[in-house]
Design a protein around this ligand. Structure first.
Ligand code: FES
Length: 370
């Protein structure tokens, strides 16, 4: 950052721009100029798969305020959708680790994560073009590979993913290969991925090419919809003997991640990231009482779904980001009642506590400040 950046980030510049921010003025001149905020422009779009839930990879040129990312981290992406307010979601970065101001990629599968107008993932996967402007956070998250790239660990490495959960572990694999990993240190990498079918398989060509190289990366892709065997500890033990003592990163749908956690039986070598919270967190028999949204005066019988789902069913539109418990953008004050964390299963009955409504389901009557 040069002298100009230092000036723009100074208190004097902030005072001059008040009541607006310096970034509001810079954005008017050039959306890729920023003193504090992070924005990015899509510079390339690659269609990965087609079908009902198509996938696209967007290459993003961020502002110089981007501090870079570590392999496995995620970023919040906001877009002003046509005819709707800004929608924000959380996506893992799929390219190798980036430095300050460097380009990176996001691989997005079109989900119906809102109505037709507000589904950000569908908009990005099907309608983003070079020039699309993105409002970004800095990269975050602890699901990262921390050792040096060429010698990732004193032990073999195992990367397990399902569906769109491939993106953060692909970032790890790409980082290793880019930075000189070739397996010569005798630390093999096993890359195990589950996709429903060949048609829905992301990065198929790149993974096939990596599998062909003599680099000690063992790529295994299982198409579960075509008869491929689902994840199980016996098959994993045949592939990676002693897997519980192997440094492992696993990301995917909750069912897969829970199966992997059960197989590892509490081993500290396992790091996991869910990319989707369970859809029906509570059984119907547990869903009693009323869910009340105090500020809006709305309420209804508790359905057992997350507070976010129940709020949206009543027409409320709370602030959200990842919708899976990672980014904290949906944090809201619960004034009374008990909620269950649908990812960990933990319950909390403390009054006046801040909860992430996207992963909190009321157990009995509950009131939140929405
Ligand atoms: S929306 Fe990200 S934690 Fe709830």
């Amino acid at each position: 950052m040069g002298v100009l950046s230092a000036v723009l980030q100074s208190r004097a510049a902030a005072a001059l721009a008040s009541p607006h921010s310096v970034d509001r003025f810079l954005e008017q001149v050039n959306p890729l100029w920023a003193a504090h905020e992070v924005r990015g422009r899509v510079v390339d779009v690659r269609r990965e798969t087609t079908g009902v839930h198509p996938v696209s990879t967007l290459t993003v040129q961020p502002t110089s305020t981007w501090r870079g990312h570590r392999a496995g981290q995620h970023v919040q992406v906001g877009v002003d959708l046509p005819g709707a307010r800004r929608a924000t979601r959380c996506f893992s970065v799929s390219s190798a680790a980036s430095g300050p101001g460097e380009r990176f990629t996001l691989t997005v599968r079109a989900h119906d994560d809102g109505d037709e107008r507000t589904s950000l993932s569908r908009h990005l996967a099907t309608a983003a073009t070079p020039g699309t402007l993105l409002h970004l956070s800095q990269a975050g998250g602890e699901f990262t590979m921390h050792a040096t790239p060429a010698t990732p660990s004193p032990h073999p490495v195992l990367l397990i993913s399902g569906g769109s959960g491939i993106t953060p572990v692909m970032s790890m694999l790409r980082t290793l290969l880019r930075d000189g990993y070739d397996g010569r240190a005798g630390r093999p990498v096993t890359f195990l991925h589950y996709a429903r079918s060949a048609a829905e398989q992301i990065y198929a060509e790149e993974l096939a090419a990596i599998a062909r190289f003599d680099n000690h990366v063992d790529v295994r892709v299982v198409h579960t919809g075509a008869g491929g065997q689902r994840f199980g500890p016996a098959a994993l033990a045949r592939l990676v003997p002693g897997f519980r003592d192997t440094d492992t990163w696993a990301c995917g749908p909750t069912g897969l991640v829970q199966a992997v956690q059960a197989a590892y039986d509490g081993s500290e070598r396992l790091r996991v990231e869910h990319f989707k919270a369970p859809a029906s967190p509570l059984g119907a028999e547990e869903a009693e009482g009323e869910t009340s949204f105090a500020r809006s005066g709305l309420g209804a019988a508790n359905t057992g779904e997350t507070l976010l789902a129940q709020a949206e069913a009543l027409g409320l539109r709370p602030q959200t980001g990842c919708r899976m418990g990672i980014c904290f953008s949906c944090t809201t004050r619960k004034t009374s009642g008990t909620v269950r964390d649908v990812v960990t299963g933990e319950e909390s009955a403390r009054p006046d506590e801040d909860v992430r409504i996207c992963v909190s389901a009321p157990v009995g009557s509950c009131t939140v400040d929405l």
